[in-house]
Design a protein around this ligand. Sequence first.
Ligand SMILES: *[C@@H]1O[C@H](CO)[C@@H](O)[C@H](O)[C@H]1NC(C)=O
Length: 159
Amino acid sequence: MHLKPFALAFLAFVAGVSSKTTARSTCDPKARGAGLEAKQRSAIHDLAQIMFVQQDVRKAFNTYIPGEYINHNPSAISGREWSLEFLEQMYETPDISVSSLTALAGEGYGILHYRLMAPSAGIDWAIMDRLRFEGTCFVEHWDVVQTIFGNETNPVAFF
Ligand SMILES: *[C@@H]1O[C@H](CO)[C@@H](O)[C@H](O)[C@H]1NC(C)=O
């Protein structure tokens, strides 16, 4: 691909703009007030976009899980670094994908429900994550993971 100089300048401009956008859109643990629930709704949707569509785990954590992170998953330990490392490694699986996604927020919590597939790693899971907000940041996590076998008796199993 041959890029003309103006195209390169444009890409550099876009990269500069998007890094500024990222910095501005970092969550605010002190966010309060009447508009908070709407901000939390947009935070959970943006987290889902960064994590599951862009598959940029580090950006998702830097933007929405910048500090304290209490994790109740029985195989995990608390602290953002542990989860960041675990998820970054998992999302390096080449054929990993997310589908059937629902993201919502209310009463101080965000919910993500989705199918995570990575056939090469034997992963086919229906996952529900519950995340507690502090302002527009996430500070606590619970999850439930179901294995999808494909032979379920319920014709509307999982989704
Ligand atoms: C579906 O397959 C799994 C794995 O082979 C098996 O453990 C399970 O009992 C099966 N379920 C049904 C409903 O047949």
